[in-house]
Design a protein around this ligand. Structure first.
Ligand code: 5GP
Ligand code: ZN
Length: 115
C-alpha cells in the first residue's frame, strides 16, 4: 500500500534494524521499544487488521509464529520466555494499519493484562 509505513519498511524506503527476512515475512526492531527486546514481525502481504485475516492466510499466520520461534531461539531468549501481542482496532490502540506481532522479551514482563 502506497502510504503504509510498514510497506515502506518492506520496500526499504524507510530504514529499519532488520532482524529477519524471507519471501513472506520481515522482522525488525520497534522504533520505540517497550522492553529490552521488542521486535515486530509482519507479513510482506499488506493486511490491514486481524479482522482481514482469511482462510487463505492460514499458512502465512503459521509461518509468522514459526518465525517468532526461530528468532527467539536464534537471539537466545526462547528459554527465558517472551510475550507476543497483536493489537486490532481503535480500542487496542493499533496505530499502524498493517498487521504486526510485537515480540517482547529481555526482562520480567510485569505489565500483565491477562492470564
Ligand atoms: P501498534 O500500536 O499499531 O500495535 O504498534 C505499532 C508499533 O510500530 C509501535 O510500537 C511503534 O513504535 C512502531 N513503529 C511505528 N512506526 C515505526 C517505524 O517507522 N519504524 C519502526 N521500527 N517501528 C515503528
Ligand atoms: Zn502495509
Amino acid at each position: 500500500m502506497e502510504d503504509c509505513v510498514f510497506c515502506k519498511i518492506i520496500k526499504g524506503e524507510i530504514p529499519s534494524e532488520l532482524v529477519y527476512e524471507d519471501d513472506k515475512v520481515i522482522a525488525f526492531n520497534d522504533i520505540n521499544p517497550a522492553a529490552p527486546i521488542h521486535i515486530l514481525v509482519i507479513p510482506k502481504k499488506h493486511i490491514e487488521t486481524l479482522l482481514d485475516v482469511s482462510e487463505e492466510d492460514s499458512n502465512l499466520i503459521a509461518h509468522i509464529y514459526q518465525t517468532i520461534n526461530k528468532i527467539a531461539k536464534d537471539r537466545g531468549f526462547a528459554s527465558q520466555g517472551f510475550r507476543v501481542i497483536a493489537n486490532c482496532g481503535k480500542d487496542s490502540g493499533q496505530e499502524v494499519m498493517h498487521i504486526h506481532f510485537h515480540v517482547l522479551a529481555g526482562k520480567t514482563l510485569g505489565d500483565k493484562i491477562v492470564g
